[in-house]
Design a protein around this ligand. Structure first.
Ligand SMILES: Cc1ncc(COP(=O)(O)O)c(C=O)c1O
Length: 482
């Protein structure tokens, strides 16, 4: 196929100048009725292209998806306008249901837990490895996966996250081979991996590793608009029809054309110029690591011997400065106009991608140099960063599935009374959106202490019915099992 073509962009451009009386959705009718201030801000073109799925456009979507499947190396691709969230849930709905087991990395995104509420499957959480010195989640190891598959060979699917927020990809090829040796399909949440496979110095993509279903947030690291993602199918372990059925349930019947076009052009960009673009991104990230390592008390993952680490992801450890990542984030944002992707108790994570420039890197370095010079000055309370931050992974089977927990009777209890009860909500620091407490899990003091510490440090806890965490929603009455 000709990867230089962009069927959706071309079809949309043809519509741009057509003069007709629009009696179809959306209601603003190609901008004619839109709020004037919004129009002035955004420009006319955007609204003229905000079109429904007209027949010519539907054909173009099919063609664009074919081009995407070729470029990313899958057998079938579906464009999504509701993010990887929709793709993760489609993967789970397509492969398992009520009464089925699914093996899931415990570092999964909250979208996966929501997927379990939808499909009713029983999760077997896979513990992840952890590098305390760098507060780094290393993901699920092949050994762990094999041991759990030996115990649960009747699982209907394995769902792993690769890369994770820090760019750790793991040995996915080995894990795909292990899963397949048990005749279990591998689903991969590659929300952070849409650029993988387009440069020899990057870890291989989940599709190259042999995964069966893969979802990529093209919007996170490649050049498409927020909320646009792609779901890919490879091989014949999972029927395309099963995926279609799941998407029928989850997808909007009014996909946003601008998002679809952005997926089309992002695919062309990667297919044609991906290697050159990524060469520069990798260079910028490497330069940043070298210069940051020269600043006293800062550490990056420069010399870290972790295989399959995405070099475009930049993590800066600030724990040796005696401040939290949240403090560093506030300083960089308010004092030097540098915005990170994710602060944690010990780190700041920066996403570098095709849009970053040398000037961005220079500002980042300057900002950190200033931060280190002034560190601790505005700090009233020092948070102990030696806190055991390891994800609290239950080593037992849940007594209740996320779906049962979601529909069980629940009530809000004061924190102290909630400890030891089963949670009726998933609580995660956001970002990264990994529940430290999953719906259906026992509430432990250890996990509450970590969540409170994050909240006190300026982090955001998502999913709590009481944002202060003074009360928690717990299950009060269990559904009968018959
Ligand atoms: C690992 C991971 N998976 C899934 C998602 C959800 O992706 P999206 O925002 O495209 O719905 C995120 C979002 O940050 C994520 O980090």
């Amino acid at each position: 196929m000709n990867q230089n073509t962009v069927p959706l962009l071309a079809a949309a451009q043809q519509y741009l100048n057509i003069d007709h009386a629009p009696f179809y959705m959306p209601g603003h009718k190609r901008g004619q009725g839109i709020d004037r201030e919004f129009m002035t801000l955004m420009g006319e073109t955007m609204f003229r292209l905000d079109l429904p799925e007209l027949p010519e456009l539907e054909e173009a979507v099919n063609e664009a998806e074919l081009l995407a499947s070729e470029a990313y190396g899958s057998d079938r691709a579906w464009f999504l306008t509701n993010g990887s969230t929709c793709g993760i849930q489609a993967m789970l709905l397509a492969t398992c249901g009520q009464g089925d087991k699914v093996l899931i990395g415990r570092n999964c995104h909250k979208a996966a837990i929501a997927g379990l509420v939808l499909n009713g499957a029983t999760p077997i959480y896979l513990p992840t490895d952890y590098l305390p010195e760098f507060d780094l989640d290393l993901g699920v190891s092949p050994e762990t996966l094999e041991a759990f598959l030996n115990q649960h060979s009747d699982a209907k699917a394995v769902l792993l996250v690769s890369p994770n927020y820090f760019g750790v990809c793991g040995d996915l090829a080995k894990m795909a081979a292990i899963a397949h040796s048990f005749k279990v399909p591998l689903l991969v949440d590659a929300a952070h991996g849409a650029h993988l496979g387009f440069h020899p110095d990057l870890p291989i993509s989940a599709l190259q590793a042999g995964a069966d279903l893969v979802v990529q947030s093209t919007h996170k690291v490649a050049g498409s608009l927020t909320q646009s993602s792609i779901l890919h199918l490879q091989g014949d372990r999972i029927a395309a029809e099963q995926v279609e059925r799941a998407l029928q349930i989850l997808r909007s019947s009014s996909p946003n054309l601008l998002l679809l076009i952005s997926l089309d052009v992002a695919r062309r960009q990667m297919a044609i110029a991906g290697k050159a673009i990524l060469t520069e991104t990798i260079r910028l990230a490497q330069e940043a690591r070298i210069r940051l390592n020269q600043i006293p008390d800062l550490r990056t993952f420069d010399q870290l011997q972790v295989p399959n680490l995405d070099p475009t992801r930049l993590t800066v450890m600030v724990d040796h400065l005696d401040i939290t990542g949240f403090d560093a984030d506030v300083y960089l944002h308010s004092q030097v106009d540098v915005m990170a992707e994710m602060p944690t108790l010990t780190q700041l994570v920066f996403i570098l991608s095709l849009g970053n420039t040398q000037d961005d890197i220079d500002r980042l370095i300057k900002g950190f140099a200033e931060l280190v010079r002034t560190k601790g000055k505005s700090k009233e309370e020092k948070i102990k960063t030696s806190i055991n931050y390891q994800l609290p992974i239950p080593n037992h089977q849940l007594s209740i599935t996320p779906r049962e927990a979601y529909f069980a009777k629940s009530d809000r209890l004061p924190l102290e009374q909630a400890i030891g009860k089963i949670s009726a909500e998933s609580l995660c620091p956001y970002p990264p959106g990994i529940p430290l407490l999953c719906i259906g899990e026992e509430i432990t003091r250890a996990v509450i202490e970590i969540l409170q510490c994050i909240l006190r440090s300026g982090g955001i806890i998502n999913g709590a019915s009481d944002e202060s965490l003074e009360t928690l929603r717990v299950i009060t009455s269990f559904p009968s099992k018959n």
